[in-house]
Design a protein around this ligand. Structure first.
Ligand code: NDP
Length: 399
């Protein structure tokens, strides 16, 4: 029997990181947590290192890394600790690492995720922001290194499962008519614009079906998450934007669908539990137990679908606009959203202003060609500046 695959988990202390560790723990013969990373949460990473004894760990925050190193030494845990952005990239590219779970939230994940792509790893992509920011550069790196890219986002994982293997070279030859990207519509699906004015961070993070980190929870509430996923689907599946459609499906049981030229629609269903796509990708092409119960369709009764409301959830239309603009536009879109969501979670920007801040950044920062990562990072920086200024100004006006 072969040795277990060594898995690096970027963002091990987060929602996806924890679910990944849960699946790994069910299959010690197949997978080993080899490298774990976090940003600042020393206590959580320390506990994981004590319990799992990974050979490597890293914290993006250098002082937190010093603390972790000292505490592990005192506890006689032989995990080697790395620090900073360079430390994360080193772990993502480590020769003994077979598979990388990219589960850092936001643009901070770009460098290590791209690093794993360049190193030709089996790359399990949850960090959609990295692909949104740098789609063409990212996909070129995957092709050049021969990395195996497997989507973790439940929708893209579903689409991957509904497509034939040869779709990896594009949809044109597979008779695909449309990709139907489902979205629950988030916690505010049925609220009017006026009712959205005073919602709190805790309300926005109370997703009806999924338990997730706070940033993606707010993204779900604005449907910015679906907007980022439109862009993600475009790059992952080489799908023309006109072939990607969003369908609101409040139960989150159908995770997405692919429609073919003959009228067949193939869907992937399952409980809204991220351990399913994580297990699917970790074990691919095998199938393994993920701890997810069987779907009881009789008990579920009805699955419903509706068209998305582009007027209330403007981020959806913006996704198609930034895809059409190309270059650095998606990076500007993503960065402005990150700033606006952080301001909302801090309580300094009203929920209803998040999309305004994104639109203002797109209008204020001209999109340019993106020849390399530096171009992307420069656009990201400028968008953050513009969005920070707008977030403050708009809130002042509305207060
Ligand atoms: P969480 O907020 O729960 O976790 C984020 C992880 O990233 C933590 O380990 C955190 O470390 C780490 N991190 C945060 N900032 C930095 C930084 N600057 N440098 C290095 N590491 C950092 O997020 P989720 O698990 O919810 O989401 C992770 C990614 O997966 C996102 O891109 C999201 O869109 C995607 N995704 C998530 C789903 C879900 O169900 N949660 C579903 C589909 C996609 P620390 O704990 O120290 O802060």
């Amino acid at each position: 029997m072969s040795a277990p695959a060594n898995v690096a988990i970027l963002g091990a202390t987060g929602s996806i990181g924890r679910s990944t560790l849960d699946v790994i723990a069910r299959h010690p013969d197949r997978f080993r947590a080899y490298a774990l990373t976090a940003n600042t949460q020393v206590d959580e990473l320390f506990e994981l290192c004590v319990a799992l004894r990974p050979p490597l760990a890293a914290l993006a925050d250098a002082r937190a890394a010093d603390t972790l190193r000292a505490r592990l030494a005192a506890a006689a845990v032989p995990t080697e600790v790395f620090a900073g952005a360079a430390g994360l990239v080193a772990l993502a590219q480590w020769p003994e690492v077979d598979a990388v779970m990219a589960a850092i939230v936001g643009a901070a994940g770009l460098a290590p995720t791209l690093g794993a792509a360049r190193a030709g790893k089996k790359l399990l992509l949850a960090n959609k922001e990295a692909l949104v920011m740098a789609g063409p550069i990212f996909m070129a790196a995957v092709r050049a290194s021969g990395a195996q890219l497997l989507p973790i986002d439940s929708e893209h994982n579903a689409i991957f499962q509904c497509l034939p293997p040869r779709a990896s070279s594009g949809l044109a030859d597979c008779g695909v008519r449309r990709i139907l990207l489902t979205g629950s519509g988030g916690p505010f699906r049925t609220r009017s614009l006026a009712e959205l004015a005073g919602v709190t961070p805790d309300e926005a993070c109370a997703h009806p079906n999924w338990s997730m980190g706070r940033k993606i929870s707010v993204d779900s509430a604005t449907m910015m998450n679906k907007a980022l996923e439109i862009i993600e689907a475009h790059w992952l599946f080489r799908a023309p934007p006109a072939q990607i459609e969003v369908v609101v499906h409040p139960q989150s049981v159908v995770h997405s669908m692919v429609e073919y030229a003959d009228g067949s629609v193939i869907a992937q269903l399952g409980h809204p539990d991220m351990r399913t796509p994580i297990a699917q990708a970790l074990a691919y092409p095998d199938r393994v137990e993920a701890g997810v119960p069987s779907l009881d369709l009789g008990r579920l009764g009805a699955l419903t679908f509706e068209a998305p409301d582009f007027a209330r959830f403007r981020a959806l239309a913006l996704a198609y606009d930034v895809l059409a603009a190309g270059g650095t536009a998606p990076a500007i879109f993503n960065a402005a959203n990150e700033v606006a969501v952080a301001a909302f979670l801090r309580g300094t920007l009203p929920f209803a202003r998040i999309t305004d801040v994104i639109e203002a950044a797109l209008a204020g920062v001209p999109a340019a060609a993106a020849a390399n990562v530096e171009d992307i990072l420069e656009a990201d920086r400028r968008a953050r500046e513009a969005a920070s200024a707008n977030a403050g100004r708009r809130f002042a006006r509305s207060a």
